[in-house]
Design a protein around this ligand. Structure first.
Ligand SMILES: N[C@@H](CCC(=O)N[C@@H](CS)C(=O)NCC(=O)O)C(=O)O
Length: 343
């Protein structure tokens, strides 16, 4: 085959044993620094937020941790950089962060004109609306004349205008940059409606309602008006780094699919299943192909967990957010989370 290709005039680049032909400067810089610089939000509980001790937690934080486990074998080798919606893309472009793992929607313009690339979708979301129950509103179609709190620099702002225009509903946007200020504006009644990704609404309702109001005073309306595939973003141009980001997410999904968890991963090393042996590096090859340690998936699962564990711990029914798997269930359970095979 190779001879035929060469005979046909193809330029064939043969890779060395280390596969370094794809290595790029971004991955080199991460390795030289010994730390992954991960852009996160300024505080969306369940996704990326500092706890009382200042330790960052959430599903987006676990994505950073898993990528650090792939690169360094150590999920702690991450520095978190909080970024507002408006700051986030410049921070990636300028090199202030290596990776943006922060409820960011994968869109065509971001993937092209902004000079970014996206990894695999870590959370399938859609935009929703939250209102105070005392307004008695049951549907977004009843929002004629409403004031709507929205953060700038988001797909949210664009979808909001499209949706209200398409449905011929008048509204007044209240555009506020800082997340804590926009939440305060909504909870103090300065806006009738808060709109963002449904995940963000559940997060804010579970974690940020100021006393004496409670989560029960607020309702998320049934309309989901957009597709918000949330994925990690990074600079265009370093394919090996991109492969690592993409396959780290797939590895967490494959681990869930094969029943490999943080609890049983040591047992699983003894499995006879050829797929599990390959995934966990007992049969070598996958790590070498990706240019990382053969134990990369073992390290991810042992230190961070499989996708289902990460989802449940941070945002699932056992967490304060109580979000159902829905579209984020594995494909074999009727969801959209599907990983290409590790082979
Ligand atoms: N997924 C949308 C919205 C993302 C977004 O930034 N949402 C706001 C509203 S909850 C947020 O997360 N802000 C966090 C912050 O500013 O720290 C996008 O990518 O544009």
């Amino acid at each position: 085959m190779l001879k035929k290709l060469i005979a046909a005039g193809a330029t064939v680049v043969l890779l060395g044993a280390s596969g370094t032909a794809w290595a790029g400067k971004d991955l080199d810089a991460v390795k030289a620094r010994g730390l992954l610089l991960c852009g996160v939000s300024t505080g969306v509980a369940g996704f990326s937020a500092p706890d009382a001790q200042g330790k960052w937690t959430g599903i987006d934080v676990d994505v950073c941790r898993a990528i650090a486990a792939t690169i360094f074998g150590d999920s702690e080798k991450v520095k978190y950089v909080p970024l507002s919606a408006e700051q986030r893309f410049t921070a990636v472009q300028s090199g202030e962060v290596d990776l943006l793992s922060r409820n960011t929607t994968w869109t065509l313009t971001r993937d092209t004109a902004l000079g970014l690339d996206f990894g695999a979708v870590t959370y399938y979301d859609g935009q929703g609306f939250m209102v105070n129950k005392k307004l008695g509103v049951k549907s977004a179609k009843e929002l004629e004349g409403a004031t709507v709190c929205v953060q700038p620099g988001t797909t949210t702002e664009l979808n909001l205008a499209d949706y209200f225009r398409a449905n011929k509903i008048n509204f007044k946007p209240v555009v506020i940059n800082q997340l804590d200020q926009i939440r305060a504006a909504f909870f103090s009644g300065r806006c009738d409606v808060f709109t963002t990704d449904a995940s963000g609404l559940y997060s804010i309702r579970a974690s940020n309602v100021p006393a004496p109001q409670t989560a029960d005073d607020f309702v998320v309306l049934p309309e989901i008006i957009s597709k918000e595939p949330l994925a990690p973003a990074f600079r265009h141009g370093d394919n090996q780094f991109g492969d690592i980001v993409r396959w780290t997410q797939f590895a967490m999904l494959e681990a869930e699919e094969y029943g490999i968890t943080s609890k049983n991963v040591d047992e699983m090393l003894k499995s006879d299943n050829p797929s599990i042996k390959r995934i966990l590096g007992v049969t070598p090859g996958m790590g070498k192909a990706l240019g990382v340690d053969e134990k990369w998936v073992y390290n991810i699962v042992k230190q961070v967990g499989n996708y289902g564990e990460v989802f449940e711990r941070n945002v699932g029914m056992g967490s304060p957010l109580k979000i159902e798997r829905g579209l984020n269930a594995l494909w074999k359970n009727g969801g959209a989370q599907y990983a290409p095979p590790i082979r």
